[in-house]
Design a protein around this ligand. Structure first.
Ligand SMILES: [Zn+2]
Length: 129
């Protein structure tokens, strides 16, 4: 950088800002698409694609009132929420479920946090036969 003049350095800074804005916009749009998908699943939209287990981050211990673990889709962004994993993965909202819990109002420990010490509400894979 020492061999660059002031003008060249300003140009690099501007390009960095532009790149940051572009990345933030992409992440925002991705989060909005994920939220639309969640909405479709919860509303029972026939075209909605339910989530696979590996698309979700699971709560360490917090559960929905139906007893399924809470979870949220990866890439939902900072304004997302925790949802009933049973609805996210099966799309069957007929049972009584807890309301979504927005990140901004609820501190729910995810299975990814070191202090969870391996705890997860992921369903146990049962192999039959
Ligand atoms: Zn539930």
């Amino acid at each position: 950088m020492k061999n660059k003049n002031d003008e060249e350095l300003r140009k690099i800074i501007d390009e960095g800002r532009t790149a940051e804005q572009e990345l933030n916009l992409r992440l925002y749009e991705e989060g909005e698409q994920v939220k639309e998908r969640v909405k479709g699943v919860f509303l029972g939209d026939a075209n909605a694609v339910v989530f696979e287990d590996n698309e979700l981050v699971w709560a360490a211990t917090s559960r929905c009132q139906c007893s399924a673990g809470l979870a949220y889709p990866k890439n939902i962004g900072p304004n997302g929420a925790w949802y009933c994993s049973s609805v996210l993965t099966s799309g069957d909202p007929d049972e009584v479920h807890s309301e979504p819990k927005p990140f901004m109002y609820y501190e729910i420990k995810s299975e990814k946090q070191p202090s969870a010490k391996g705890a997860t509400t992921r369903p146990i894979l049962v192999t039959v036969g």
